[in-house]
Design a protein around this ligand. Structure first.
Ligand SMILES: NC(=O)c1ccc[n+]([C@@H]2O[C@H](COP(=O)([O-])OP(=O)(O)OC[C@H]3O[C@@H](n4cnc5c(N)ncnc54)[C@H](O)[C@@H]3O)[C@@H](O)[C@H]2O)c1
Length: 320
């Protein structure tokens, strides 16, 4: 199934523009970078990554400039000619089991703050990746306005990031859009290992002929969103005239048991889940996005249902 990007967004970018993507060799960053190149062929695109969790392979057909650098040393941007029209900031420590709070804040928050101070608030728009992790085990559906209950260092860094971004936008007038991604799955994630999506982990096990292993009793549910929808949310956000932080989810939660059912249907298998104890005490048992703000503020709605997303992912990327 093929979905088209919004014509309104396309129209805005007809003239040549300058785009920076940080974390461009990672899962979401690489999907975004390649789509930007495809949709806006005249744009000059600079991709930055330190390859700590991203890989060169993810950008192998990308024709723009790839800079191997850490966002903490973002001063090198000054050496690049002319201001960026849009910066898509995806770089972050994404392993939610990392407990070094200081390092997490340095990379996920302070480096971004430094980046904000380097750009011209009147010329550059910023779209950055936040996370549904900020809601912790708060009530569902999760609304942007509810009390944040981050459960780990990663989620705390994202909550702080949103605060820093919105303060900066209010003070300078810069347009900054934060996207609270829910559980993203899709091509380009295998190198994330244990941090890759549950859908990838289960599909891999089943493709290799094993029973899928999930935490007891598979009833945890998540708002899983396909990476192609997340890319589209970034494009929509870059068209926004106002700063905001919005959820990027589908508005539908799916249990791990149901994911296995869908994978069995796509793969033509009949694997039963193997249940084991959840070792984590900071686990989000339920995530579900309230999607009304994303729709109202940036015009974004996910187009792939869970069945369509998994089918596209498995057939076109995992078993092809
Ligand atoms: N995948 C998800 O389900 C999900 C959910 C919520 C939020 N997010 C956010 O989306 C963004 C992208 O996540 P992802 O899933 O693609 O993870 P990823 O780990 O594949 O991507 C992060 C990229 O940032 C790079 N990076 C890390 N530290 C860096 C540094 N100091 N300097 C330069 N580059 C650096 C990594 O090498 C990697 O390529 C992250 O900000 C993440 O927190 C992802």
């Amino acid at each position: 199934m093929q979905f088209e990007f919004d014509k309104q967004v396309l129209h805005l970018y007809i003239c040549s523009m300058k785009i920076l993507v940080t974390g461009a060799a990672g899962f979401i960053g690489s999907n975004l970078t390649k789509k930007l190149e495809q949709v806006y062929p005249d744009a000059s695109i600079v991709a930055v990554d330190d390859f700590s969790s991203g890989i060169k392979e993810n950008l192998k057909d990308f024709k723009g400039v790839v800079l191997n650098g850490r966002i903490e040393n973002i001063n090198f941007l000054k050496t690049l000619e002319g201001p960026f029209d849009v910066i898509f900031h995806q770089a972050a420590i994404t392993d939610t089991t990392v407990t070094d709070e200081e390092r997490m804040m340095d990379v996920n928050v302070f480096a971004f703050e430094k980046l904000l101070k380097l750009v011209d608030p009147q010329k550059t728009k910023i779209v950055y990746a936040s996370s549904a992790g900020v809601y912790g085990n708060g009530p569902v559906p999760m609304k942007e306005t509810q009390v944040l209950l981050p459960l780990n260092a990663y989620a705390r860094s994202k909550a702080k990031l949103d605060e820093v971004a919105m303060d900066f936008a209010a003070k300078t007038g810069m347009t900054i859009v934060g996207l609270r991604y829910f559980n993203v799955y899709g091509p380009g994630e295998p190198q994330k290992g244990k941090a890759a999506s549950m859908i990838y982990q289960l599909a891999r096990q089943m493709i290799e002929g094993h029973h899928p292993r999930i935490f007891k009793y598979g009833e945890q549910d998540r708002d899983f969103i396909y990476v192609k929808d997340v890319v589209n949310a970034n494009l929509k956000a870059s068209n926004s005239e106002a700063s905001c932080v919005v959820n990027v989810g589908t508005g539908v939660a799916t249990s791990f048991n149901k994911i296995i059912e869908i994978l069995n249907a796509v793969l033509g298998t009949d694997f039963k889940p193997e249940y084991f104890d959840n070792p984590y005490d900071f686990y989000q048992d339920h995530t579900l996005a309230d999607t009304s703000s994303a729709k109202g503020k940036i015009g974004f709605e996910a187009k792939y249902s869970i069945e369509e997303g998994i089918e596209d992912y498995v057939r076109n990327y995992l078993i092809s």
